[in-house]
Structure formats: structure tokens, C-alpha cells
Design a protein around this ligand. Structure first.
Ligand code: 4NP
Length: 154
């Protein structure tokens, strides 16, 4: 079993979208041995469903976002997941800072390092912006998840 955790700030927009896209792609390709989850570095929205705007933009592309927000748990998550993919620089710094052991930091990568089409270093936080921000999140996430899928199929 391989395992991937997507991490953003609130766990209601970007990381649930990545979880939903990755889960859908894996299912579509009959890959059943990969565990996918998401979490937020903050506790602002713990227990909440994904943001309605994010859910709508994802649904228009065929992805249902069903996760409930939870906070990143350094003790459990660093142990449980092989790969921890953060959405922006702040998430990346925060997750690295929380690593319980130095060698576990190797599990943390920027999500955007997986992208092939989008030459960006962050998935921008869409929370306080408009529809185009949510579309951009979906574009970047589909790009990165497609490349992760290719790697998992190899
Ligand atoms: P996310 O977006 O990190 O992609 O889930 C955000 C959600 C909520 C807030 C910020 C970003 N907030 O400040 O409440």
C-alpha cells in the first residue's frame, strides 16, 4: 500500500480538491493500492465540508469532494504517509517545521513539483478571491495529479 497526503491551510479548498481528483483518477484506472487523504495546517475549519465554491468547480469537471476538514497531525501523518504534498510555501514550511524526526522531512514535497504544464511553485489560495482562482486551482491540481498517476502506474 502506498499513501499520499495533500496538505493546505484550511483543508476545505485546495487539498480536498487534490484528494478528490487523485481518488477519481486512481479509481478510473483501477488502482486500488494507494491511500489518499488530505489535511490542513490550521484548525480553522475542522469538521467542515469542502468549501461550496470548490465543490462546484470540482463537480463541473467530474469530481465529487466528500472529505471533512481535519488538522494535519505530525505524529500520525508523518508515520502513516509515504508522500506529503503541500500546496504553497507556507504549508511547506509549516509541515517541515513539525517533522518529529529529521529524516521524515524527505517525505515532504511541493505539489507543484509534480506539474508538467503549469510552471508554478504554489497552488494559490483561492479562499478570498473569485471563480477564476478556483478554476486555476483545478487546472494546477489536474496537472499534478495526472503526473502522479503516471508515476504510480509505472
Ligand atoms: P485552503 O483554503 O487552505 O485551500 O483550504 C483556505 C481556506 C480557509 C482559509 C484560508 C484558506 N481561512 O483563512 O479560513
Amino acid at each position: 500500500m502506498k499513501s499520499i497526503l495533500f496538505v493546505c491551510l484550511g483543508n476545505i479548498c485546495r487539498s480536498p480538491a487534490a484528494e478528490g481528483v487523485m481518488t477519481t483518477l486512481l479509481k478510473k484506472h483501477g488502482i486500488t493500492n494507494v491511500l489518499v487523504d488530505s489535511a490542513g495546517t490550521s484548525a480553522y475549519h475542522v469538521g467542515d465540508m469542502a468549501d461550496m465554491r470548490m465543490k462546484d468547480h470540482a463537480r463541473l469537471r467530474g469530481y465529487e469532494l466528500n472529505s471533512l476538514a481535519r488538522r494535519f497531525d505530525p505524529m500520525d501523518d508523518f508515520k502513516k504517509f509515504d508522500l506529503i504534498l503541500t500546496m504553497d510555501q507556507s504549508n511547506y514550511n509549516n509541515v517541515l517545521r513539525l517533522a518529529p524526526q529529521e529524516e521524515l522531512k524527505a517525505k515532504v514535497q511541493r505539489f507543484t513539483d509534480w506539474c508538467k504544464i503549469h510552471e508554478v511553485s504554489e497552488v494559490p489560495d483561492p479562499y478570498s478571491g473569485g471563480a477564476e482562482g478556483f478554476e486555476l486551482v483545478m487546472d494546477i491540481i489536474e496537472d499534478g495529479c495526472q503526473q502522479i498517476l503516471i508515476k504510480l502506474r509505472d
